[in-house]
Design a protein around this ligand. Structure first.
Ligand code: PHE
Length: 355
């Protein structure tokens, strides 16, 4: 029996001294493994006399149980220790400043934010609508008659027709949200509509998906002078400098009269300077909402009137931030975003500057 006591003393000591899970397991194998000391002892039971067996059997089994439960509890202790060490080492102090923020806001998102801030200051709210539109909202209600060539002007992406032959479209402009808003809301209406738009077109200055910000004001008194003032204030706030503009007559089926707004600019080397110079660049389309469009939305044009405008966000982002090629905007290259992107921690606002 003293042999068993010695074994016990030896393993109890070793188990207590084990400082990591690997050495603990080595001890377990040495004691209780297939060829472990205690296991080998148990095998000798077969050759013992019944009297001896009666004594040694329970003694060995007791030892085996005791050692394995000691191993188990030491294992739990070591695991808790290891976890505590890992938790202590991997602590993140959330109050520390981020050393190098990795995430970047895409210039298009930055510019959308800037526009929302400027128009919010003029009392506009943000409205949104679906990217997949029906023909009614994208064309018909906006006064594009069925079969009218103006529909081709937009190089529309059509979806597969449904069982009754209706073809949904990827919206070619954000103007369908004008219709959705006028049909669901009573004037006065004063909204901007930022969003994705789609046309089947791709070259240095066109991508099949691009972004627009639309504006819509409907009440009983708003006139063309308000439209001009609103857009002139917007463009100077956006470029953060005085910008001279001109309005040129144009045609859109859904506005009458219609105009395009150009900004003065000059080219110095590869750089485009907005606001000064001898050249004019077209920036947006606008006009007074057509009486037929008001009627299509259930509004009486003798009572209500207002203006709408729509502009390409991507091009304004290129102009403001000196981005040379439109297509790079949508090539997911983290180096490009690292260079042209914005800190998501610095939100655009008019009080401290937009960018
Ligand atoms: N929807 C027009 C376009 O995409 C822009 C526009 C909007 C023009 C609102 C006038 C009024 O070209």
């Amino acid at each position: 029996m003293s042999e068993l006591d010695d074994l016990k003393t030896k393993y109890v000591k070793q188990i207590e001294a084990a400082s990591d899970l690997a050495s603990l397991d080595a001890i377990r194998v040495a004691a209780l493994g297939k060829k472990g000391e205690i296991s080998l002892q148990m095998r000798t039971l077969g050759q013992m006399s019944p009297a001896e067996k009666k004594v040694m059997g329970p003694a060995l089994n007791g030892l085996k149980t005791e050692i394995s439960s000691l191993v188990e509890s030491r294992k739990t202790t070591l695991e808790t220790q290891a976890l505590n060490i890992a938790l202590a080492n991997e602590t993140l102090d959330m109050s520390l400043p981020v050393p190098t923020p990795q995430g970047r806001l895409h210039p298009v998102m930055q510019v959308m934010e800037e526009m929302a801030v400027i128009f919010a200051d003029q009392g506009f709210r943000v409205a949104e609508g679906p990217d997949i539109e029906d023909d009614f909202h994208n064309f018909t209600a906006l006064n594009f008659p069925p079969g009218h060539p103006a529909r081709d002007m937009h190089d529309t992406f059509f979806l597969k027709p449904d069982s009754s032959g209706n073809k949904m479209v990827l919206r070619t402009h954000t103007s369908p949200v004008q219709i959705r808003t006028m049909m669901s809301q009573k004037p006065p209406i004063r909204i901007i509509i930022p969003g994705r738009t789609y046309r089947c077109d791709s070259d240095q200055t066109h991508t099949p998906m691009f972004h627009q910000v639309e504006g819509l004001v409907i009440d009983k008194t708003t006139h063309m002078g308000h439209l001009k003032g609103c857009l002139m204030d917007f463009i100077s706030a956006f470029f953060e400098t005085d910008v001279e503009v001109r309005f040129r007559p144009h045609h859109f089926p859904f506005t009458e009269p219609s105009a395009e707004m150009d900004v003065r600019y000059e080219r110095v080397g590869n750089e485009i300077r907005i606001g000064q110079g001898d050249e004019w660049m077209e920036i947006l389309g606008c006009g007074m909402v057509h009486p037929d469009v008001l009627r299509n939305c259930g509004l009486d044009p003798d009572e209500y009137q207002g203006f709408a405008f729509g502009m390409g966000v991507d091009r304004l982002a290129m102009l403001k931030y000196g981005i040379p090629d439109l297509r790079d905007m949508f090539a997911p290259d983290p180096r490009w975003l690292g260079h042209y992107g914005f800190s998501p921690l610095l939100q655009a606002n008019l009080a401290t500057g937009l960018s």
